[in-house]
Design a protein around this ligand. Structure first.
Ligand code: NDP
Length: 313
């Protein structure tokens, strides 16, 4: 059996991928979209999205993604379950391997694989994986009702996770390495107005302890300073919220990436250095990383794919 041939392959199912699917379907390009490891992307594990235009009361992340998916399907996008495990972008038509097996040949490729949560790199994060360590409060917070948890990070994600957990856990420590939060002012205020969140500024987590799961975290206060101090805090759950790494591994051989792994595109566009290959959303955006900017870049990628295909005819 020969390889399946398509005109447009979209990899990823966050706001960028689904929006690209909406636009390419409406342009009659018959896109095929592979959803990847986390169908719906990062927003499916967030709580309320308050800053996506058009939702004055906010919308649940999962709901927003379900709606985008339905919208893409309404116009005929072929949305499939599966993971693209490798690609060959040496020359068009480009090839993508699904689940290490089936090969798809595509004239255009829209990479919208997003980003994944970062870990500190402590051996204990591995040791206690699934036993008290998590990078997703909305996924795992339920297990910590009336317990004590810590969230690492000082950005909007950390504040959001801490706020979410504060409604379940009895106490939330927010472990921040600097003496200030990076989060937006509105999030900072919400955190400081929440009585059961305690911020530990200038603390670095260096290890975890516990017999059959996390029972506490070892911290260094004012690391590297003359008054450096070691402290241990009893906790039941340890949540990471220190940012994300772009999911660009399988493309690095073929495309330019920056030091963190973000795919480089022509500034202000989804164009990569390869004709017919476009990158949209968080995988190519070290700066804005918002659902609405991801959706917008998915739209741009779709329009560029359409132009490219017209030029090929
Ligand atoms: P950010 O990059 O904004 O913040 C990461 C945080 O983790 C920083 O406080 C950083 O510390 C800290 N950090 C990073 N590495 C380490 C480490 N090794 N040890 C300890 N702390 C560390 O990531 P976010 O995921 O919070 O946000 C990403 C983007 O998404 C932002 O633009 C944000 O505004 C947006 N966002 C918006 C939301 C909303 O509007 N509702 C919700 C969530 C995210 P330091 O400050 O010292 O560098």
């Amino acid at each position: 059996m020969g390889n399946e041939k398509v005109r447009c392959l979209i990899i990823g199912s966050g706001p960028a991928g689904y929006t690209a699917a909406i636009y390419t379907s409406r342009a009659n390009i018959n896109p095929v979209l592979y959803e990847g490891i986390q169908p719906g992307g990062q927003l499916t594990v967030t709580t309320e999205v308050e800053n996506f235009p058009g939702y004055p009361e906010g919308v649940a992340g999962q709901q927003l993604m379900d709606d985008l998916r339905k919208q893409a399907m309404r116009f005929g996008a072929d949305i499939r379950t599966g993971i693209i495990t490798s690609v060959d972008l040496s020359a068009p038509p480009y090839k993508a391997v699904v689940d290490g097996d089936k090969v798809i040949e595509t004239q255009t490729l829209i990479i919208a694989t997003g980003a994944a949560a970062k870990y500190l790199g402590l051996a204990d994060e591995q040791k206690y994986a699934g036993m008290g360590v998590s990078a997703c409060a909305t996924c795992d917070g339920f297990f910590y009702r009336r317990k004590v948890v810590a969230v690492v990070g000082g950005g909007d994600t950390a504040c959001e996770e801490a706020l979410y957990l504060s409604s379940l856990a009895s106490k939330v420590y927010l472990i921040v390495r600097k003496d200030h939060l990076r989060a937006s002012k509105v999030m900072q205020k919400r955190v400081s107005d929440t009585p059961n969140i305690q911020i530990l500024f200038e603390h670095n987590a260096v290890g975890l302890y516990g017999e059959n799961g996390v029972e506490g975290v070892n911290l260094v206060k004012r690391k590297g300073e003359a008054d450096e101090e070691r402290v241990s805090v009893a906790i039941d759950g340890f949540f990471l919220a220190i940012g994300h790494t772009p999911n660009s591994g399988i493309f690095k051989q073929w495309l330019d990436t920056d030091g963190t792994g973000y795919i480089k595109t022509l500034p202000g566009s989804p164009l990569t250095k390869l004709p017919g290959v476009f990158a949209a959303g968080d995988v190519a955006d070290p700066h804005y990383r918002q659902a609405v900017t991801a959706a917008a870049s998915g739209c741009m990628a779709a329009i560029e794919a359409d132009h490219y295909l017209l030029g090929e005819q």
